[in-house]
Design a protein around this ligand. Structure first.
Ligand code: NAD
Length: 433
């Protein structure tokens, strides 16, 4: 199958590389020519385990190409995957201007039947608008279908998640589009029994917003329980572990911390809240989980302030900058808010992240960055852990204790073992314990 990917970011690039890997012919397009130039030269633009290898393989066997020429990208393709960004507008609605622009560009250049697949996360009824837009701006009669095929990948595991998804959701209106969509995914599902949900287009759109809202709610629930435990003297670990053992609940995503960030949950639940409002439904549920999420980070900052009293002039080591491990993505990372606050109070920040230092340097050029966590911690008055990278799980508490000026750890992700850390002389402040 010939596939064009419009928008070569986290989703477009990994989707394109995986489609090329399973044998489709893929051309990835983007308006950002610096990205396209780097990718065409075999240089990656994001950190995602396993992605470099797939890009190299695709370029070598010519299943994968990159361009900023939109017409060239879509001319010969059977499928056009829209993977552009859908950021939040000031009022919380998803900003669909990039999706709309792609729809207009498709309309002007549609030369044969194509399936236009919306992979970007969009509010319910967006596909309807895409269809109307293409009809409106297309000067000749050319048949096409608009399909909703939401993406559920997790950054940091994106390649794995695309090649081994929990489910594939395809929202279609025509038999022709359904058959072709099933064909495109056949190589993924051939040897494994992966559930494929064929739904209406609107249902598929809602499944994505619904799933992200539910996951965000699980995290906020864990943070609420953690706060109850701290205030009442229970242990959040024990409580949440036991709650999660109920198979109706499940233990995934029941980890307390400093709140969710990233480019998806915060914006998707905002957009879903707007959808509820537009449909005349009370958005209280989403408002509550947003509030708990913001409070999780604020509460953590308050703990730092309470323990250190005056921050001005203190050296604070921040371990973990990415919004989650195994990615260099810092969009809406809690570390941004925490570093911003500590800096405003006059603290001197020393930062370490295995992959995200360069991206953070663009936002905070005036803090010190380290390649090694021990060097980052050395001489500091406190250490604040914001991302649960595996690398931090094996740090030697005795080395930390001896290296720090004052050995205080604020563990925003409960990565360290409280008892062991305290045994080694560290003052340990975690979440929910
Ligand atoms: P991104 O910002 O990394 O990539 C989007 C790309 O689209 C950018 O490179 C941008 O230059 C390009 N673009 C914008 N307008 C364009 C146009 N008119 N023509 C060509 N390219 C254009 O965003 P992302 O993280 O890949 O997310 C894309 C979509 O997928 C969003 O709707 C997001 O919510 C959704 N999604 C993201 C994830 C994730 O983990 N990142 C997971 C599932 C779904």
């Amino acid at each position: 199958m010939k596939i064009s990917i419009i928008g070569t970011g986290y989703v477009g690039l990994t989707t394109g590389a995986c489609f090329a890997h399973i044998g489709h012919t893929v051309i990835c397009q983007d308006i950002d020519s610096s990205k396209i130039q780097k990718l065409s030269n075999g240089e990656n633009i994001i950190y995602e385990p396993g992605l470099n290898e797939l890009i190299r393989e695709g370029l070598e066997n010519k299943n994968l190409a990159f361009t900023n020429d939109f017409v060239k990208a879509i001319r010969d393709s059977d499928f056009i995957f829209i993977c552009v960004n859908t950021p939040p507008r000031q009022d919380g609605h998803a900003d669909l201007k990039y999706v709309e622009k792609v729809a207009r560009d498709i309309a002007k250049n549609l030369n044969s039947y194509k399936i236009i697949v919306d992979k970007s996360t969009v509010p319910i009824r967006t596909a309807e608008k895409v269809k109307e837009t293409i009809r409106k701006y297309c000067s000749k009669f050319v048949e096409f279908d608009v399909v909703s095929n939401p993406e559920f990948l997790r950054e940091g595991r994106a390649v794995h998640d695309i090649l081994h998804p929990d489910r594939i959701v395809i929202g279609v209106e025509s038999e022709r589009a359904k058959k072709m969509m099933l064909e495109i995914y056949e190589p993924f599902t051939k040897e494994k029994s992966i559930p494929i949900k064929i739904t209406s287009v609107k249902s598929a759109e809602l499944i994505k917003h619904g799933a992200n809202t539910f996951l965000a709610a699980k995290i906020s629930f864990a943070n609420l329980i953690a706060e109850v435990c701290e205030n009442a003297g229970a242990n959040g670990y024990e409580v949440l572990e036991a709650i999660g053992l109920d198979e109706r609940i499940g233990k995934n995503f029941l980890h307390p911390g400093i709140g969710f960030g990233g480019s998806c949950f915060p914006k998707d639940i905002k957009a879903f809240k707007k959808t509820l409002e537009v449909l005349g439904i009370d958005p209280l549920f989403i408002q509550s989980l947003e509030k708990i999420n913001d409070w999780a980070c604020e509460r953590f900052i308050k703990k730092i302030e309470k323990e250190l009293w005056v921050l001005d002039g203190k050296f604070i080591a921040v371990l973990g900058l990415a919004f989650k491990p195994n990615t260099d993505d810092i969009r809406n990372a809690p570390s941004l808010k925490i570093i911003g606050h500590l800096k405003n109070e006059g603290a001197k920040i020393r930062a370490h992240d295995p992959k995200a230092n360069n991206k953070m340097r663009v936002i905070f050029p005036d803090i010190e960055y380290f390649q090694d966590p021990y060097e980052c911690i050395a001489g500091s008055d406190a250490c604040v852990l914001c991302t649960e990278w595996d690398e931090y799980k094996n740090l030697d508490y005795s080395v930390i204790k001896n290296a720090m000026a004052t050995p205080i750890i604020f563990d925003g992700r409960n990565v360290f073992d409280k008892k062991e850390a305290e045994k080694c002389g560290l003052t340990y402040i975690g979440i929910g314990q």
